[in-house]
Design a protein around this ligand. Structure first.
Ligand code: NOJ
Length: 559
């Protein structure tokens, strides 16, 4: 433990905290490489985040989730962990992490650490040992090593594909193959192995003892693989639109995951106020299994990420999300963007049938209507923040940052670019460093060239530009979060409203958090419902004949 951490700081949160703080929390995701660069090397770091804590407090968030900060070769942005107990020197030190957690606590902000249990980096000491050990050795048992198929074992053991593209198996010099559901540099752990289980219990305690409020758990729907590694049925292959369905899939969403989660939960329950949220890309029907009593506190609902701008889709996703969470006493956990998906201002600016994985490469650029994307992004955040439960924001969405879709190919860093056979640019476009100032070589990100270049359009979106502009996206987020924090929300309650519009009108209306939220998702203005306006995502205007109208792509909160 860091002796410099003031103990009152660590106590401050537990004193004023309700034990279920996460049930209604707004949690802000920090992609550490790209948030703020404190040491001038072009990469974000802990010093940068610490210097921006006042900004986060003013924004009004309750907690931060920090993407992996561990020692790593950064071949998958840090999701390739070489040492789970060491902060990468580019980001700072473990003592500094502890200091940061305490400083955030002083401002009433909790910190979630990203736990990556499905795989390590190939630079992890266990994998290095496994490679140096012969086939069949105990060191190889901590991962999935096995012989290949074919007369000389020259074919992969089965047909499993890596999420990033290509076979999920790589052959080593002695002929055995190892499993990696993601990049070649990310070997999957063998979760049947007792040492793997014990190791992760210890890692949980390591960060909980240092004040972490809990964990975002990476690829929570994998971990356990089917014995004998049977082929994956073609029809069962998961995609973003058709998430994994268990329990018969050989590597997604297997029932054997849950006893493991229960052992983690027991550890968290030994501490006050800690929580864990599952990144589980499973079907809405299977998601409640992850948030049953004794398991995760939350599981991300990615349904708003995959929903198109369409009233029926939003209505279904909202109703399903609320119902599924309530069925097991959990809370809905909403997300519009994260570091893996096209930023939502850009998503909403593209036609609903655009191929989001490929458009940044294939274009045409003219498909993108930036103004419409921005309008819808403003409307969408007021939908999400009115919903019951907890919300996750992704850094930069409060500035309305678009996807940097035209990054030069030679600068791409995401393994998806190569693994997809250069058919997809990958996720770098949503990971570009934050513009804090409208001028300077890195727009206030730091003193050096940033690790990814910022598009010219970022200058006018900088925090300094938006800070005192009452019409800016940042001001909208601040106002909405302030109102949200005052609205009662201990119960998960939502009622869909019928405002009497004709069938087919793209209007969504519900009450929740003591507010009436009305959305015009259509192209034509709608008559404004009666009531006092609390906040509106756009300008309310008068149609001289019809009176006050709710413009297209606009959300209004009413008392
Ligand atoms: C999900 C993470 O969000 C993503 O960024 C990462 O590439 C994969 N898991 C593998 O860890």
């Amino acid at each position: 433990m860091n002796p410099n951490v003031p103990t009152e700081a660590a106590e401050c949160l537990s004193q004023d905290a309700s034990s279920d703080w996460w049930r209604t929390a707004c949690i802000y995701q920090i992609y550490i490489r790209s948030f703020a660069d404190g040491n001038g090397d072009g990469t974000g770091d802990l010093a940068g985040i610490r210097s921006r804590l006042p900004y986060l407090a003013e924004l009004g968030v309750d907690a931060l989730w920090i993407n992996p900060w561990y020692q790593s070769p950064l071949l998958d942005g840090g999701y390739d962990v070489a040492d789970y107990r060491r902060i990468d020197p580019r980001y700072g030190t473990t003592d500094e992490a502890e200091l940061f957690i305490a400083e955030a606590a002083d401002l009433g902000i909790r910190v979630l650490v990203d736990l990556v249990p499905n795989h390590s980096s190939w630079e992890h000491a266990w994998f290095v040992e496994a490679l140096a050990s012969p086939p069949g050795s105990a060191a190889r048992d901590r991962y999935h090593f096995c012989p290949g198929q074919g007369a000389n074992g020259e074919q992969p053991p089965n047909n499993w594909q890596s999420v990033f593209g290509g076979p999920a198996w790589t052959q080593v010099d002695d002929g055995e193959w190892y499993l990696h559901l993601f990049d070649t540099s990310q070997p999957d752990f063998n979760w049947e192995h007792p040492e793997v289980k014990d190791e992760f219990i210890d890692i949980l305690r390591f960060w909980l003892d240092r004040g972490a409020a809990g964990f975002r758990v990476d690829v929570a729907h994998s971990l356990v693989k089917a014995p004998g590694y049977p082929d994956e049925a073609e029809a069962a292959r998961a995609t973003n639109d058709h998430p994994a369905v268990g329990p018969d899939h050989p590597f997604w969403d297997r029932d054997e995951i849950h006893p493991i989660v229960r052992t983690w939960r027991q550890v968290l329950d030994e501490y006050d106020d800690r929580m864990m949220v599952a990144e589980a890309w499973v079907s809405p029907e299977r998601r409640p299994l992850y948030v049953r009593e004794g398991e995760y506190h939350q599981a991300f609902q990615f349904d708003l990420v995959t929903a198109r701008w369409d009233v029926e889709q939003f209505r279904r996703v909202i109703a399903q999300g609320v119902e599924a969470a309530v069925s097991v006493g959990a809370v809905p956990t909403w997300v519009l963007s994260n570091h893996d998906v096209v930023r939502h201002t850009t998503r909403y600016g593209l036609p609903t049938d655009a191929d989001l994985d490929r458009w940044s490469l294939t274009g045409p650029a003219e498909l993108l209507d930036e103004a419409r994307g921005n309008r819808r992004a403003r409307a969408a955040i007021l939908i999400m923040l009115a919903l019951p439960g907890s919300v996750y924001l992704y850094q930069g969405e409060e500035l309305g940052l678009p996807e940097a879709w035209d990054l030069p190919l030679e600068l791409l860093d995401d393994p998806i670019w190569e693994k997809s056979g250069r058919t997809q640019k990958g996720r770098d476009g949503c990971r570009v460093p934050i513009p804090w100032e409208s001028t300077g070589p890195s727009l206030g990100f730091g003193d050096a060239e940033p690790w990814l270049p910022q598009p010219a359009s970022f200058a006018k979106l900088a925090v300094s530009e938006q800070d005192s502009d009452s019409h800016s996206m940042l001001s909208l987020y601040r106002a909405a979060l302030a109102i949200r924090s005052r609205q009662p929300a201990s119960e998960v309650q939502l009622e869909m409203l019928d405002l009497g519009f004709e069938a087919g009108v793209q209007a969504l209306a519900f009450t929740s958090r003591g507010l009436r939220c009305v959305v015009n998702m259509g192209a034509d203005p709608l008559p404004m419902p009666e009531g006092e306006v609390v906040l509106c995502s756009g300008e309310l205007s008068d149609d001289s004949a019809a009176g006050r109208v709710l413009p297209s792509d606009t959300t209004v909160w009413m008392a």
